[in-house]
Design a protein around this ligand. Structure first.
Ligand code: CP3
Length: 352
């Protein structure tokens, strides 16, 4: 158990002494400590060298009063472990030189063995926990099957996700086969991270935002339910993040995760009302709101905390990752502001 367990308590919708806060991409280029290390190592070297990945994970925990650490790694590591080469280009993000464009290519994906193929991730989890000594909980993570499928089919980021949708619509059996293979890999990987010591698991479904609710239901929902069911046995809280959370709310509520992480396009108070008290919510400040002057940022944060904490089970976060140019002082101010806000629900009340 962690000494600071307000994040774990909020995931379980238990009362907290203050609103827990951590930030997506809290380790990264906006921090000088990260840029200094990055000047010496490539991004992949940082991810694949357990003591370096652990060191980067700890940088924001040492610099700010965040209530959780998130393992420094990337969702593309799982793809590489399945036999597809990935490289990272400055500005362009991840690039796969051989995207999957045929049934044969889909069938050539290898199911990953976490200890053999992703042992460096599991080792980083162990090192981080040892260094944290129970100070705050550690979040492990994976990309969701659909978002991983997008990278595999597109070969990188995309404007229209043409190859993904073409396979979905023209070769649905192969698309479902791909989603099935990825779902198994994701749940095996998540369970391995929990077994290595991750206290909470987050599933990143960034690109679900490109789907209509009916396509999400037809092509993604069943696979995600399977991932959630297969990951449940790890007995740690599960968080689902999607950039499209605001457009898919009714569906993703039914996935069965403990927490939904929302993007900023939806009003947090309305989202909580429509989701009801039986699921915890994380979010949802626009990351670029950190470029507002402090006197304008503060009331925004206070009003998110007020509507977010109308029931137990609220975690403050951004609606997507921190921008690399974010001033460190603003991040510090944000975290202090969240902690200074009074949760609006009665702290003596148990889970609803
Ligand atoms: O949140 C954290 O601090 C943990 C580390 C983390 C990274 N990527 C580090 C990273 C996590 C959880 C991710 C998840 C991830 N990776 C997602 C899902 C969340 C999201 O942002 O939507 C996605 C889609 C990726 C794929 C990816 N990796 C992209 C699109 C990029 C390039 C964009 C960018 O920000 O440069 C990356 C690279 C990446 N992943 C960096 C970091 C710190 C930048 C690497 C560098 O150049 O130093």
């Amino acid at each position: 158990m962690s000494r600071n367990d307000r994040f774990l308590k909020a995931c379980r919708r238990q009362p907290v002494d203050a609103i827990p806060v951590w930030l997506m991409r809290q380790a990264g280029r906006y921090m000088k400590e990260y840029r200094d290390l990055r000047a010496r190592y490539s991004f992949l070297e940082l991810c694949k060298t357990p003591h370096l990945a652990a060191q980067v994970t700890l940088q924001p925990v040492e610099a700010f009063e965040v209530d959780a650490a998130i393992l420094f790694s990337d969702i593309l590591m799982l793809i590489e472990a399945m036999g597809v080469e990935v490289r990272f280009e400055e500005k362009a993000g991840p690039i796969l030189d051989a995207p999957l464009r045929s049934a044969r290519a889909v069938r050539s994906l290898a199911p990953p063995d976490p200890e053999d193929d992703l042992g460096y991730v599991l080792e980083a989890v162990r090192i981080v926990n040892q260094a944290l000594g129970g100070m705050v909980p550690l979040i492990g993570f994976s990309g969701a099957p659909f978002t991983l499928a997008c990278y595999l089919l597109e070969g990188g980021s995309s404007k229209d996700f043409f190859y993904t949708k073409r396979m979905m619509y023209q070769e649905p059996e192969i698309f479902h086969e791909l989603m099935g293979t990825l779902s198994s890999a994701v749940s095996v990987f998540l369970r391995a991270q929990a077994a290595a010591g991750a206290h909470v698991l987050q599933i990143f479904d960034t690109w679900a935002t490109i789907l209509s609710p009916s396509d999400y239901k037809e092509y993604v929902f069943g696979h995600m339910v399977r991932v959630v069911e297969e990951t449940r046995v790890a007995n740690v809280p599960l968080i689902y993040f999607s950039l499209g959370a605001s457009t898919l709310l009714g569906l993703i509520k039914e996935l069965g995760t403990d927490v939904l992480s929302l993007d900023w396009r939806i009003d947090l108070g309305e989202a909580r009302k429509s989701l009801g008290p039986e699921i915890a919510v994380q979010g949802n400040l626009d990351p670029l709101a950190l470029f507002k002057p402090p006197e304008l940022l503060k009331p925004m944060v206070a009003s998110l905390v007020e509507v977010g904490s109308q029931w137990p089970g609220y975690i403050f976060n951004l609606g997507h990752g921190l921008h690399p140019l974010t001033p460190v002082e603003q991040v510090r101010f944000l975290i202090e502001t969240v902690h200074s806000c009074e949760p609006c629900c009665d702290p003596t009340r148990g889970p609803v």
